[in-house]
Design a binder for this molecule. Structure first.
Ligand code: PLP
Length: 445
């Protein structure tokens, strides 16, 4: 008898390459979901999972949030997309973003984080007349050619030549230099060689695409100083951290203000919307304001995206909801619980994260930059997540991938997940699944 999952998977694979519309969705069963509400998602077989994947961080308030869905339904009664001038919704959303994000005086909206990053890099190059970019090993900024390299690189390709894709001109990637996160000297070295030609330094202020590297304040301040001294554009890619860690993004928490900021994911709570903003001076280089940097996009500013952003940001601003307080409290509880479990079991682990994001690396010693993550026991990491899925807590089953808590998660969800994690990790410890022996209990909570 062919199950509902098998039927859907067979049809998807016949029609869509690999059966998925984004390669990282191909991580094995359960792979076909029928519904998602609040903190839970249900697959086509009717099995329910507590969702810590959160569509790679796009879900912040919880699935099918009524505030967001009702706002969209109301908006589309009046207009879908006209594609001329600006709508009331676009201006309202822009006002909210400008008010919320310290670095943003003017803003554009796009349909995806990749487009926002691409616009930011093109703007930086257009405004400075320079060609080179500095990015960090382990940071991911979407699919645009110039930054499609050096994300989760194996040891022999880290910091070297490690393209994410074929089909990209080498030249497009060779103008992008790779530095080590939290290591200012690695950035200074690139500036010593190419300083006059560096258009931009781009980073995830917390590199969540490799879990959670915690930025040192002196490092962020140092990047601000170096880019100012050399006339380069500092870009914070806050596609994950934006709105999730604070209304104004991580820059609000660290007090370092970049020249340009990109954001997306959580800002629409699951609906496609992203954006990019910065100083009015830099933003005036767009062709929409008579500058030379092209700005175009048929679907930019459509009613669904704008209504989703307005409703989501509105919920984050609502003092009665206290969204960030809830996210941070549950995140801290989860990290403290996982630290206790791994310490008691003497498993070599570093439990870390920020706010609603939590990560359990399986390694000994402190984590500062990508180099430290090369010591992570990738097999144990993926096995832990895979077995948590079997228990009913969906943690994306691939090494270095992070977990997200949403506003819809409750203390009871955290308690249940910690109980499951205790069982799973105890069983793995009994089986000798961890490659390193713990020397000291450490946690970067
Ligand atoms: C930090 C960061 N920037 C940019 C992107 C690209 O965003 P999108 O997938 O919406 O194109 C991602 C996606 O994961 C991301 O994590």
């Amino acid at each position: 008898m062919v199950s509902a999952t098998q039927q859907l998977e067979v049809a998807a694979k016949a029609l869509i390459p690999g059966g998925v519309n984004s390669a990282t969705r191909n991580v094995g069963a359960p792979a076909t979901f029928a519904s998602a509400h609040g903190a839970y998602m249900t697959d086509v077989e009717g099995r329910r999972f507590t969702d810590y994947h959160a569509a790679f961080g796009a879900i912040l308030l919880g699935h099918t949030d009524e505030r967001v869905n009702d706002a969209i339904t109301a908006a589309i009664r009046d207009m879908d997309l006209v594609g001329l001038g600006a709508t009331e919704l676009e201006v309202t959303a822009a006002r909210m973003m400008v008010d919320a994000i310290p670095s943003v005086e003017m803003v554009i909206t796009t349909m995806s984080g990749s487009e926002a990053v691409f616009q930011a890099l093109r703007l930086a190059r257009g405004a400075t007349g320079r060609s080179r970019i500095v990015k960090f090993q382990g940071c991911f900024h979407g699919s645009y050619d110039a930054i499609a390299r050096n994300v989760i690189s194996p040891a022999d390709r880290a910091y070297g030549w490690d393209p994410n894709s074929s089909g990209v001109l080498d030249d497009a990637m060779q103008h992008t230099h790779i530095a080590e996160f939290n290591d200012l000297e690695s950035v200074e070295e690139i500036f010593r060689r190419y300083g006059d030609d560096i258009a931009a330094v781009i980073l995830e202020p917390v590199p969540h695409n490799v879990g959670a590297l915690l930025p040192e304040q002196a490092f962020l301040e140092g990047l601000r100083r170096i880019t100012r001294e050399h006339g380069s554009v500092l870009i914070f890619d806050e596609v994950i951290t934006g709105f999730r860690h604070a209304l104004g993004g991580y820059q609000e928490l660290c007090g370092v203000t970049p020249d340009l900021t990109t954001f997306g994911k959580a800002m629409g709570n699951g609906y496609p919307v992203a954006g990019m903003g910065g100083s009015a001076e830099l933003m005036s280089n767009f062709s929409s304001q008579g500058g030379s940097v092209m700005l175009a996009g048929t679907f930019n500013g459509n009613s669904v995206s704008m209504a989703a952003a307005i409703a989501t940001i509105g919920a984050l601003q609502d003092p009665e909801l206290r969204v960030h307080e809830h996210l941070f409290r549950l995140g801290a509880r989860m990290r403290a619980g996982l630290t206790e479990i791994t310490t008691d079991l003497e498993i070599p682990a570093v439990v870390t994260g920020v706010g609603s994001v939590f990560v359990t690396y399986f390694l000994d010693g402190a984590v500062r930059g990508y180099r430290d993550l090369l010591r992570n026991d990738d097999d144990a990491y993926a096995t832990f997540h895979r077995r948590m899925i079997d228990q009913g807590s969906y943690m994306y089953p691939m090494a270095l991938k992070r977990n997200h808590i949403s506003y819809a998660h409750t203390d009871a969800d955290v308690d249940r997940t910690l109980e499951q994690a205790g069982d799973v990790l105890a069983a793995m410890a009994r089986e000798g699944a961890f490659s390193a022996v713990r020397q000291h209990g450490r946690a970067n909570v």
